[in-house]
Design a protein around this ligand. Structure first.
Ligand code: GDP
Length: 346
């Protein structure tokens, strides 16, 4: 029953937005430069339905690898809770980003991209995380690249399609699309075959469309007390965030050379009396040859990775950091369930 109701709402809503925009500009439904004011019409509708009650719940950010989920999460939360690199499959852990507004609190889950071939233990672990996120969520946001919908997008949709929560579609990387008109038939066709409650147009990288998406999520959350105090922006430990920032640099600086099975473990984290934080971390790889790649000639590469990561960690923690990095080999860790648990995979 609920799902049938949503089907009509979904198409009705999409049509309504298009109808409104048709009168506004030549690219109906699409935000143009400086269109914030005009699009306020959609906001009015949302504000009118937002009573003086407090809402709180989980919004799962779903999507195939590389559509911009981590970039979007960071834009929504306003802090670097998730690492961003141009390489697919970057996000391996679920991250809870917390945003508190007057009207409510949104708990964001960033999920790893779905893997269509879950052959190895790590891929199985990623797929489990996606399904758990869907089961926990109050609202699901499926992120896609504007103008593109492939088998992997379909697999993500299928993973959430059976669940009863509202589903939002976020078309990201709008800045990359020169000719925007073909996006309208694209979305109309997509929504005729899939049930989405509302469609959003974004450029996560430029921070465009973020406030609208936040409103769309907030108004669909259940009425509930806040789960965290207003200053909290993540439930992850500083240790975890530091390991992620080191992993981000590994990916950025090694690019295609980086073995997929590389992970970072923060072994010790001490706040010293002189205001400095002392952090020791291990970069785990699977083979001796990979260790050489990460260290580089004369240790140059590891040094660069370390200093870039240290700068980002200092920015995150708001204090000076002394970072020590080691590279160690553990054969076959990514196919070993016990090692995965130790490195924080569920
Ligand atoms: P994820 O794998 O889905 O989490 O994707 P990421 O957030 O790691 O982003 C993948 C790549 O897409 C990175 O190079 C981002 O900088 C880029 N990206 C993300 N959002 C946008 C956007 O709005 N516009 C453009 N042009 N690139 C984006």
């Amino acid at each position: 029953m609920a799902s049938a109701g949503r089907a009509s709402l979904a198409t009705g809503w999409v049509r309504m937005v298009f109808a409104f925009d048709l009168q506004q500009h030549p690219h109906p439904g699409l935000p143009l430069e400086g269109e914030g004011e005009k699009r306020g019409a959609r906001c009015d509708r949302i504000c009118m339905t937002t009573e003086s009650i407090f809402r709180c719940g989980i919004a799962a950010i779903l999507g195939r690898p590389n559509v911009g989920k981590s970039t979007l999460l960071n834009a929504l939360v306003g802090e670097r809770v998730s690492i961003v690199t141009p390489r697919p499959h970057t996000t391996r852990h679920r991250v809870l980003g917390v945003v508190t507004r007057e009207a409510g609190q949104i708990l964001y889950l960033d999920t790893p991209g779905m893997h269509s071939q879950a052959k190895r233990a790590m891929n199985r672990s990623l797929n489990r995380a996606v399904h758990t996120a869907v089961a926990e969520a109050d609202v699901a946001v499926q992120v896609i690249e504007a103008g593109r919908w492939d088998d992997e997008d379909e697999a993500v949709y299928a993973a959430m399609a059976g669940a009863p929560m509202p589903r939002l579609l976020a078309l990201n990387k709008l800045d990359r699309v020169r000719e925007k008109s073909p996006l309208l038939p694209f979305v109309e066709q997509l929504c005729s075959r899939h049930e989405f409650d509302e469609v959003f147009w974004l450029s996560a990288q430029r921070g465009e469309g973020i406030a609208e998406l936040e409103q769309g999520i907030l108004q669909r959350l259940p009425q509930r007390e806040p789960a965290f105090d207003a200053e909290t922006f993540t439930d992850r430990s500083e240790r975890f965030l530091c390991a992620e920032l080191i992993r981000e640099q590994l990916m950025r600086q090694l690019g295609e050379e980086l073995p997929y099975a590389t992970t970072v473990e923060v072994e010790s984290f001490k706040d010293r009396d002189d205001g400095l934080s002392e952090i020791a971390a291990v970069i785990w790889v699977e083979r001796e040859g990979q260790k050489k790649i990460v260290i580089g000639t004369g240790g140059e590469r590891l040094k660069k990775i370390g200093s870039a990561a240290r700068r980002n960690i200092e920015e995150l923690l708001g204090r000076r950091v002394f970072l020590r990095l080691w590279v160690k080999v553990r054969e076959g860790w990514s196919d070993d369930e016990a090692a995965l648990k130790r490195f924080g995979y569920e």
